[in-house]
Design a protein around this ligand. Structure first.
Ligand code: CA
Length: 228
């Protein structure tokens, strides 16, 4: 399970410790030392998870979490809050601001890894290694293998990620910018037409077994995958 994780922490040693541990676990890490830097990084590329320190210079992590929850693009972004505080009322206000989970400093690398895994499993199932199956279409992330009615389907890496995202978020329509954010990580510098191209390739690969019918197009809105 590999994710893009934004670490927002102003203390250099803590930032380094967290980043190195996450990289060691196979994740891609981006770093920010303030709420402002974090927002710029998120504008550039939507991460899969944000690790957010409570006490930051300038705007606090809690205020940033609240703002991320209020914006459409970031409202589903998993947030793991870091803090030196262990007071119960602080924990509650962190969770009320929209954090998914909470980690009190000092914490062990093992604890951090376990929490990240739990948050990803809950909020970003497309990053987990669990196999998914819908209507005879089966995708196995660990083996990087797709089968339709038992037959192997050859997919390019982008179609594979696109199908994985759609299969783990069925019965919902995603707009092109949303798909660019979730599958490509970038909704600014990649043309929306790119999504259409890869959907077309995906459909073509699923055509022989009729599984292309699972892919849903809503004209002018976007794409999804429908459970039969
Ligand atoms: Ca801090």
């Amino acid at each position: 399970m590999s994710a893009t994780i934004l670490v927002v922490e102003d203390e250099p040693q803590v930032q380094e410790l967290v980043a190195v541990n996450l990289e060691h676990a196979g994740h891609r890490v981006r770093r920010a030392a303030s709420a402002e830097e974090a927002e710029a990084a998120i504008r550039d590329e939507l991460p899969d998870v944000v690790i957010l320190d409570w006490m930051l210079p300038g705007e606090s992590g809690v205020a940033l979490a609240r703002r991320l929850r209020a914006q459409e693009r970031t409202q589903g972004l998993p947030i793991l809050m870091l803090t030196a505080r262990a007071m119960e009322h602080d924990k509650i206000s962190g969770l009320e601001a929209g954090a998914d989970d909470y980690l009190t400093k000092p914490f062990s690398p093992k604890e951090l890894a376990a929490r990240i895994k739990a948050v990803l499993r809950r909020r970003a199932p497309q990053l987990a290694d669990d196999a998914v199956e819908i209507g005879g279409l089966r995708l196995d992330p660990a083996g990087r293998r797709v089968t339709a009615g038992g037959k192997v389907v050859e997919l390019g890496p982008t179609e594979f990620r696109l199908l994985h995202f759609l299969m783990t978020h069925p019965d919902r329509i995603y707009s092109r910018p949303q798909l660019l954010d979730h599958v490509w990580g970038d909704h600014v510098f990649i043309e929306e037409r790119t999504v259409d191209v890869h959907i077309r390739r995906l459909r073509k690969a699923l055509e022989p077994t009729g599984h292309d019918a699972l892919v849903d197009t809503v004209r002018g809105s976007g794409y999804g995958l429908r459970k039969p």
